[in-house]
Design a protein around this ligand. Structure first.
Ligand code: PLP
Length: 489
C-alpha cells in the first residue's frame, strides 16, 4: 500500500487527542509516517455526516472525537493518526488470538484463492463441512448437528424457531413460549429481543415482542430475592422451579447465557446454578438453550462455559469468538433427537436460512482458530494469565468507588458505585462509566462500559506484561474518579 504523507490535515497528538479536542495543527514525523491517506482529516467529518453507530446516542457521539481504527496487531489497535490503544474488550468480545494473526490471515487468503462464497442452500462447501465436524468434536457430547448463520442474534433466532417447531412436530403445539433470565441478553433481532431481560435495551420494543416469562437472575451482588450468597442455597433455583411448574406445558425452551450474563453487566453466576437449571429443564420437559455467543471459545478459561458444570444443553448458540473475531459467522448446534423431528415430508422442513450461511471465508478462519487452540495450547497458556488477572483485580477492592468485581476466566465486570456500603448507584446522567473509559482512552486503552460496569475482556492472546499494563491503566482511570468533580457526589 502506498504511504501518502499527509501534509494538510492537522494532526492530533496522542496526549491531547483522545479527550482534549484541540488539534495541535503542526506536522509530527510519527503522524506523517502513519497517516496513510490524504483524506484522514475528512474521515472524521464523513463519519459524523454519514454513519449511524450501533448502540450509540449519536448526539453524544457527534460531540466527541471519534477514534478511527486503521490497523491493528496483536492486542494493539492503531488509529489513522498512529495513536495506539490496547484492545481491552476484544473488539466487542470476539477477538481471541489477537489481530492479524498470521495463521488465520493465511487461511483466509488461501480460501480466497479457492472461493469466497457459495451458497449452502442446496450446495455444500469444504470449510463448512470440516468446521461442522470440528465443532461437534469440541462441544459437549450429544450436540451432533450444526446449523450455520452469520451472527449471534441469528444463532439465537434459529434456536428459538427450532425449539418451537420441534415441539410442534412432536405433537405438542401448545409449547410455544420461552423462559429467560432477567438481565439476559441474546441479541437485537426481534426474537432475540423477545427473550431479553435488560430493561434499558428491551422495554421500548415490547409491543413488538412475544410474551416471555422472566426468571430472576442469580445476581448475587444485587440479589433479587434479597438473600445472602453464603446462606441462600440457590433460592433462585426454587423460584425458577415455580415458574417452570406453572408454565412448562406451554413452554418450548429456557434460554440463558451459561455462567455469565454479559451485556447485563458481567453477572457471574454462583456455582451450581447452571447445573440446577439443566436438571429443572429435564424434569419439566423444557429444552435448554445455552447461548454461548459470548462465553464460548475459551473466554471463561474452558472452551465452553457449559463444561464448568458438565452441562449438555439441547441447543447451543455460538458466534463471537468462533473464528477468532475475524468475520461474521455463527452456529446453532443441536442433538440428533431434535434434528430427527424435522425429517419427513416437506412440511417438516426448517424454513430458515441466511444468504451468507456457512460462509467459506468465515469457516476457514474458524478452522484456523481451532488449529491454534489445539496446536498452540491456548487454553493451557491461559491459566497463568487468569491467575495474574485474578490477583491484579483483587487490588481494585481498595478503590473507593468499586462496589463489586465479577470475574471468571479472562472476563471481568467492575461495578462502580457512589457509595460502597449502601451499594448506591451513581446517577446515570453522570455517565461515570463513560468518564472512566475516556480517561483510560487518553492513557492508551480502549474499553466500552455497560453503564457503570467497566468491562475488561482482552483477547486470550494478551501477554502477561500487556495484561498488567491494561489493568494498571484501568486502576488509575477508576482512581481518577476520587478526585473528580463534585457533581458526582
Ligand atoms: C453479542 C451476543 C449476542 C448477539 O450477537 P450479535 O453477533 O451481536 O448479533 C447474543 N448473545 C450473547 C450472549 C451475546 O453476548
Amino acid at each position: 500500500m502506498d504511504w501518502t504523507y499527509n501534509s494538510v490535515a492537522p494532526c492530533l497528538l496522542r496526549e491531547m487527542g483522545a479527550t482534549g479536542l484541540k488539534p495541535c495543527g503542526t506536522l509530527h514525523r510519527t503522524c506523517m509516517k502513519k497517516t496513510k491517506t490524504k483524506d484522514s482529516h475528512l474521515l472524521e467529518e464523513w463519519d459524523k455526516a454519514h454513519l449511524w453507530h450501533p448502540f450509540t446516542q449519536m448526539k453524544d457521539f457527534q460531540a466527541e472525537k471519534p477514534i478511527i481504527i486503521e490497523e491493528a496487531e496483536g492486542v494493539i489497535l492503531r488509529d489513522i493518526y498512529g495513536s495506539e490503544y490496547i484492545d481491552g474488550v476484544s473488539s466487542m468480545w470476539c477477538n481471541i488470538h489477537g489481530h492479524r494473526n498470521r495463521h488465520i490471515d493465511q487461511a483466509v487468503k488461501a480460501q480466497l484463492d479457492k472461493v469466497a462464497h457459495s451458497t449452502m442452500l442446496g450446495l455444500s462447501n469444504v470449510p463448512a463441512i470440516r468446521l461442522a465436524k470440528r465443532l461437534v468434536e469440541i462441544t459437549p457430547k450429544g450436540l451432533n448437528k450444526v446449523f450455520y448463520s452469520d451472527n449471534g442474534s441469528t444463532a439465537v433466532e434459529v434456536a428459538l424457531k427450532m425449539s418451537f417447531q420441534y415441539w410442534l412436530q412432536m405433537g405438542l403445539p401448545e409449547k410455544q413460549r420461552f423462559i429467560a433470565l432477567e438481565h439476559g441478553y441474546h441479541g437485537d433481532t426481534l426474537g432475540a429481543v423477545g427473550v431479553g431481560g435488560i430493561k434499558s435495551f428491551h422495554e421500548l420494543h415490547k409491543p413488538l415482542l412475544f410474551n416471555t416469562a422472566l426468571a430472576p437472575s442469580p445476581h448475587c451482588y444485587r440479589c433479587p430475592l434479597h438473600k445472602d450468597k453464603e446462606t441462600c442455597k440457590l433460592a433462585c433455583l426454587e423460584k425458577l422451579e415455580e415458574i417452570l411448574k406453572k408454565n412448562c406445558r406451554e413452554t418450548a425452551a429456557l434460554i440463558m447465557e451459561p455462567l455469565v450474563q454479559g451485556a447485563g453487566g458481567m453477572i457471574v453466576h454462583p456455582p451450581g446454578f447452571l447445573k440446577g437449571v439443566r436438571e429443572l429443564c429435564s424434569k419439566y420437559d423444557v429444552l435448554l438453550i445455552a447461548d454461548e455467543v459470548m462465553t464460548g471459545f475459551g473466554r471463561t478459561g474452558r472452551m465452553f462455559a457449559c463444561e464448568h458444570e458438565d452441562v449438555v444443553p439441547d441447543i447451543m448458540c455460538l458466534s463471537k469468538g468462533i473464528n477468532g473475531g475475524y468475520m461474521p459467522l455463527a452456529a446453532t448446534l443441536t442433538t440428533d433427537k431434535i434434528y430427527s423431528a424435522f425429517l419427513g415430508d416437506r412440511g417438516k422442513t426448517f424454513y430458515h436460512g441466511h444468504t451468507y450461511t456457512g460462509h467459506p471465508l468465515g469457516c476457514a478462519a474458524a478452522l484456523a482458530s481451532l488449529d491454534l487452540f489445539e496446536n498452540e495450547g491456548v487454553l493451557e497458556k491461559l491459566q497463568p494469565k487468569i491467575r495474574l488477572f485474578n490477583e491484579s483485580l483483587n487490588r481494585f477492592h481498595e478503590l473507593k468507588h468499586v462496589g463489586d468485581i465479577r470475574h471468571i476466566g479472562l472476563i471481568a465486570g467492575i461495578e462502580l458505585v457512589r457509595d460502597k456500603k449502601a451499594k448506591e448507584e451513581f446517577h446515570p446522567g453522570n455517565r461515570v462509566g463513560q468518564e472512566v473509559v475516556l480517561e483510560a482512552r487518553s492513557r492508551g486503552v480502549f474499553l466500552r462500559p455497560l453503564g457503570d460496569v467497566i468491562v475488561i475482556m482482552p483477547p486470550l492472546s494478551i501477554t502477561a506484561d500487556e495484561l498488567t499494563r491494561l489493568l494498571e491503566i484501568i486502576y488509575e482511570s477508576i482512581r481518577g474518579l476520587e478526585s473528580a468533580r463534585e457533581q458526582y457526589f
